[in-house]
Ligand binder design. Structure first.
Ligand SMILES: [Zn+2]
Length: 381
């Protein structure tokens, strides 16, 4: 996740904090110090409330981290590589680099997080009304909420993953199970939103907004997790070499944009071309690069001036899979990437070609995944 700071490493897993988490830490500390603790334990000094609140908020962070570590350690024990754990505004995510190979592993990895949170119920409460007990009570309450909330069967929440593993076990198809779990997740999200609207107009405006917000978050996560899994399973194992254009048009760097348009782009119906100088790839020129130059200057401006130079281009190799390359294209908002093998350009991979590839595959009725279990990036909250 961009905007994340690495704070350390536990059992070989990098731990990151996203900036949004720091905002939540501040908000949480403030609301505990002026709301929760003074109401539950009146008559203490302001300084006590603030110190207790900050410690409680930090320990909540430790609880979320323990929840994620439980997911990550079980995943690793079951042979799924774990990239890192990131804590952000809604809690944490464990970035597990593969989808589990069978529903049993999915079940174990998903269920252990909420179980860990619910285990915090066992925190020793002595009834001494000391600051320590105030903090322990707060942690017990929030960890129960954390455990119960994550068990809601709304994919991609842990409960939704548990549901998916059960449907997967019964149906034998991971894709069917993902679709079913995602639909369930969306239905639950809409229920949250409706309940939020109802609360907003009847009981409490703030609770209504809060529930609606959770519903919206669940809805967008369910939709994006579903399309991510679907896309990854369709693209799984498909290499750049299979979908690239192996004979992209090459143009010389020293001609003018006017010549480029008249000689290459218009007659060939091109949208992009590789730019070469003395047999070396030096850049990529696309329609949008040309459009950035005012038309009356096309005669004077050279291709090498308007192009994206090689050092600013991300190049890929024919062996890379589409599941690697698509996030790259989306992240950089580019429509094509040069394909380079041993320093020599061997093709171009474009969004158009990928869409076309998908269409053909669907037309032939072969849009079944090559393998459900490899090369996917899975996020477990
Ligand atoms: Zn979890």
């Amino acid at each position: 996740m961009p905007g994340s700071l690495r704070i350390g490493k536990i059992a070989g897993i990098d731990i990151y904090i996203h900036v949004s988490w720091i905002i939540i830490l501040v908000l949480l500390t403030v609301s505990l110090a002026i709301g929760w603790f003074p109401q539950l334990y009146p008559g203490q000094s302001t300084a006590t409330y603030w110190i207790v609140s900050l410690i409680a908020a930090l320990l909540l962070f430790v609880s979320v981290l323990l929840h994620e570590l439980a997911h990550s350690l079980v995943a690793r024990r079951r042979g799924l590589p774990v990239k890192n754990i990131t804590l952000f505004i809604f809690g944490g995510v464990s970035n597990i680099e593969q989808e589990p190979k069978d529903p049993g592993i999915e079940f174990q990895v998903a269920v252990v997080g909420p179980l860990t949170s619910l285990l915090m119920l066992q925190l020793p409460l002595q009834g001494t009304n000391s600051p320590l007990e105030e903090i322990l009570y707060y942690l017990a309450v929030t960890n129960i909420l954390l455990g119960v909330f994550n068990l809601i069967p709304a994919f991609p929440l842990d409960g939704g993953r548990v549901l998916r593993s059960i449907i997967w076990k019964i149906s034998g198809s991971m894709r069917q199970a993902t679709r079913a779990a995602s639909i369930t997740g969306q239905v639950i999200a809409y229920l949250f939103i409706l309940l939020g609207i109802w609360l907003f107009f009847t009981v409490s405006i703030l609770d209504g907004i809060w529930l609606g917000f959770i519903g919206w978050f669940l809805l967008s996560s369910a939709q994006s997790a579903n399309s991510q899994v679907m896309l990854a399973s369709v693209f799984n194992g498909v290499t750049v070499g299979e979908v690239m254009n192996p004979k992209p048009t090459t143009v010389p760097a020293n001609i003018s944009l006017q010549q480029l348009v008249d000689v290459y782009f218009l007659p060939g119906g091109l949208r992009y071309a590789l730019v070469m100088q003395a047999d070396q790839l030096v850049g990529l020129i696309t329609l949008s690069d040309i459009r950035h130059i005012p038309r009356d200057q096309w005669g004077q401006v050279s291709v090498s001036y308007a192009m994206i130079p090689l050092e600013r281009l991300h190049v890929v190799s024919p062996q890379q899979t589409l599941s690697d390359v698509l996030p790259l294209m989306a992240g950089r908002d580019v429509n094509q990437l040069p394909v380079v093998q041993n320093g020599t350009p061997v093709g171009i991979v474009s969004r158009d070609a990928i869409v076309q590839y998908l269409e053909v595959r669907r037309g032939l009725g072969v849009d079944t995944p090559k393998s459900d279990a490899q090369n996917q990036l899975r996020k477990t909250a």
